[in-house]
Each structure stands twice: as structure tokens, then as C-alpha cells.
Ligand binder design. Structure first.
Ligand code: MN
Length: 201
């Protein structure tokens, strides 16, 4: 059974002005579609055809680089689209609440420190990759992965349950932010869907 690309859970321009419509169109319709297509090609005619995406990702290190890269790419982008939402009407940055907010304060000291550390994880990931907030042994941690790896993979340096993932590939921000990954990472907080993150937590 082939994998398919789900439509974005909002309009292409929903994340404006923080993530522009052209970036979203290319990112979803071209990049994400390519991961889905190449994953399907990589598993066609193999015993992996009947596995779930989660099973493939968990065993990524022992299958093939094509499944690791494209299976990870498909999982990560689905997760990313569902981690974002249309910004509110004010410039205020939305923030987590309830138990998730408590856990963030406990793990990092404050929401501001969390944002700083998360952005730092994204900034210090050389080349292409992802910054993550994960739950590990009942505690929150920040980590990052190269390429399309993620913390569910057997090959991940730091494993855990992803709660939030932010794409730091240049294709995620270059049209609007050019080389300024830091500006993209400070803008992203306007469009994080904390309800989705809390539900995963
Ligand atoms: Mn991407």
C-alpha cells in the first residue's frame, strides 16, 4: 500500500507573514511530495511495503538510506505541518499552558529559556536537519537531528517521543529569510500550535 501526501491542515497562506505562501507551496507540494514518492519507490516490491510509516522509521538504520531519508522526510513533514497553525490577530507570541507549561518551566527554567535553547539547537545543527522538543523518561529535552532523521529512529543519538519538531533545512526558510536562520527560528513561535504539542504530551 503506497503512502500518500495529505493536504496541509490549513491554507498555504495561513502562516503569513511568518512563513510565506510560496515557501509553503514549494515545501509541501514539491519537497514533501518528493519524500513520499521516493519512499514509495524505495519500498516497492520489498517486504517493507506492508509496514507502517512508524515501523519503517523505527528501523530506519537497518533498512536502507532511501527509507531512512524519505521515510523520515515523510514522517517529519507530516509532524511539522501539524505542529503549526494560523497566527492570532495580535503580534503576541502564543505560549503553552497547563501541564505542558509546567513541564517546560521545570525542565528549562522558563518559556523564554526554552525558546532560546530550542533556537540554539536549530542554529547549531550544521547543514540540514531538525530541532526537537522530546519527552524522554517522563522528562522534556531539546535535541536536534541531521538530514531527515528524527528521535524515533534506531539511529538517533538522542531517542524520545517527539512533541515539537522544527525544520531547519534552508528550503524551509530561504525565500523569506535567506541566510538568516536565526530570524526564521525567532519568528516560528508565532505559528506554533501549542494545543497539538500539548495533546502529544
Ligand atoms: Mn522540509
Amino acid at each position: 500500500m503506497a503512502f500518500t501526501l495529505a493536504p496541509l491542515p490549513y491554507a498555504y497562506d495561513a502562516l503569513e507573514p511568518y512563513i510565506d505562501i510560496t515557501t509553503m507551496q514549494i515545501h509541501h507540494d514539491k519537497h514533501h511530495q518528493a519524500y513520499v514518492d521516493n519512499l514509495n519507490k524505495a519500498i516497492a516490491g520489498t517486504p517493507h511495503e506492508n509496514k507502517s510509516l512508524e515501523e519503517l522509521v523505527a528501523a530506519a538504520g537497518s533498512i536502507s538510506p532511501a527509507v531512512r531519508n524519505n521515510g523520515g522526510g515523510h514522517w517529519n513533514h507530516d509532524f511539522f505541518w501539524n505542529s503549526l497553525k494560523k497566527p492570532g490577530n495580535t503580534d503576541a507570541i502564543n505560549a503553552p499552558s497547563g501541564k505542558l507549561a509546567d513541564a517546560i518551566n521545570e525542565a528549562f527554567g522558563s518559556f523564554d529559556t526554552f525558546k532560546e535553547k530550542f533556537a540554539n539547537a536549530g542554529m547549531t545543527r550544521f547543514g540540514s536537519g531538525w530541532a526537537w522538543l522530546i519527552a524522554k523518561d517522563g522528562k522534556l529535552e531539546i535535541t536536534s537531528t541531521p538530514n531527515q532523521d528524527n528521535p524515533l529512529m534506531d539511529v538517533a543519538e538522542v531517542k524520545g517521543t517527539p512533541l515539537l519538531g522544527v525544520d531547519v533545512w534552508e528550503h524551509a526558510y530561504y525565500l523569506k529569510y535567506q541566510n538568516k536562520r536565526a530570524d526564521y527560528l525567532s519568528s516560528i513561535w508565532h505559528v506554533i500550535n501549542w494545543d497539538a504539542v500539548a495533546a502529544r504530551f
